[in-house]
Design a protein around this ligand. Structure first.
Ligand SMILES: Cc1cc2nc3c(=O)[nH]c(=O)nc-3n(C[C@H](O)[C@H](O)[C@H](O)COP(=O)(O)O)c2cc1C
Length: 160
């Protein structure tokens, strides 16, 4: 990437996995990358020519703050990257979840779009969330599938 390319990584994370992925992306993209947690408010992206969006997935849906952000932000002139964090394992299911998460025109526009894995820390979940994750994903103990290779590929695609 050229010296003048500024990248904003904007993420919505309930339990920290998407935040962790965003931080790893920022580290690999270098000093021109800035991190914005939507929990702290919606960032002004006018100074950024490249924008990466990431969200955790809950019952097939993005974290609400990312949906709200997408309703207000104009990304039409940005170099775009899109990712989700989730616990699905099968490649086709991961792909379907990604396609459902972002509008088709944004996915078409994106330099990179990917499922980058996820993490569940049981002690961070409430009772209801623990019950759902047991039922839906058959997860009973802590698990980390954050995919460093996919993160590297994502960064490469963003740099092309
Ligand atoms: C209640 C609950 C529902 C979930 N539903 C899904 C889902 O539908 N698909 C998926 O891929 N992962 C699902 N997950 C796994 C999370 O997406 C995964 O842990 C992700 O890394 C969380 O990101 P975050 O910590 O940034 O919020 C679910 C997790 C919980 C606790």
């Amino acid at each position: 990437m050229g010296d003048l390319v500024k990248t904003a990584i904007v993420y919505a994370s309930k339990h920290g996995a998407t935040a962790e992925i965003a931080q790893r992306l920022a580290l690999k993209l270098g000093s021109q990358a800035s991190l914005f947690d939507l929990a702290a408010g919606q960032p002004d992206l006018s100074d950024y020519d490249t924008v990466i969006l990431g969200s955790g997935i809950y019952a097939g849906r993005k974290v609400a703050q990312m949906n709200e952000f997408l309703e207000t932000v104009d990304l039409s002139k940005k170099r775009l990257g899109l990712f989700i964090s989730g616990m699905l394992q099968a490649t086709d299911q991961r792909q379907a979840e990604l396609q459902a998460a972002y509008p088709a025109e944004l996915i078409d526009q994106a330099q990179a779009s990917a499922f980058l894995g996820g993490r569940v820390v049981m002690s961070k979940l409430g009772f209801a969330e623990r019950s759902i994750i047991r039922l839906v994903a058959k997860i009973k103990s802590d698990i980390d599938t954050i995919d460093n290779q996919a993160i590297d590929e994502f960064v490469e695609q963003m740099s092309e």
